[in-house]
Design a protein around this ligand. Sequence first.
Ligand code: BEZ
Length: 213
Amino acid sequence: MATLRLGDTAPDFTQQSTEGEIHFHQWAGDSWVVLFSHPADFTPVCTTELGKTAALGGEFAKRGVKPIAVSVDSLESHGKWVPDINETQNTTVNFPILADADRSVATLYDMIHPNALANATVRSVFIIDPRHVIRTTLTYPASTGRNFDEILRVIDSLQLTDSHKVATPVNWKDGDDVIIVPSLQDPDEIKQRFPKGYKAVKPYLRVTPQPNK
Ligand code: BEZ
């Protein structure tokens, strides 16, 4: 199994889920996808993470993103756990949870790190674009719940930088100033792309208002 890197095609798979059998690429269609693993059903941190993902359903939809979770538990186990998530997190789980009891997806995506956590997935995140290309990977230990606002922030950056010749600086969030990519040097194109102007803090550090705001 080769390490998955940014720019690689997200491997396709077929697996059972709480929303029926998933043929991954077909299911993803031309949406963005957040594929994320959690260690196990009926565990406290995972319960909060899946509840938060459900609560952020509108935010994911607004960005054209489909979330999909995976753990190496059975469909029967997921079916018993989901009502607990809904009850305790005051939400309705509205995305599929893969039942990866045979570990085929976890193995394909290298989500089991046996020196950190035996027999379960760590907290992996894959942000995948509409061409099924892996654009971001994140890996957290079992003891640390993820920040799903950060995942949305990364998606905002990816979608912005795909469509404008900019990059996003430290701690950027949607609406903040951005950076003109260093490769853009043509003054006419800069004027056309950034009519609000820019500030050259250094020749390589040119700050401009977010162009699509
Ligand atoms: C949890 O989700 O709460 C958890 C799972 C595995 C190890 C530690 C915490």
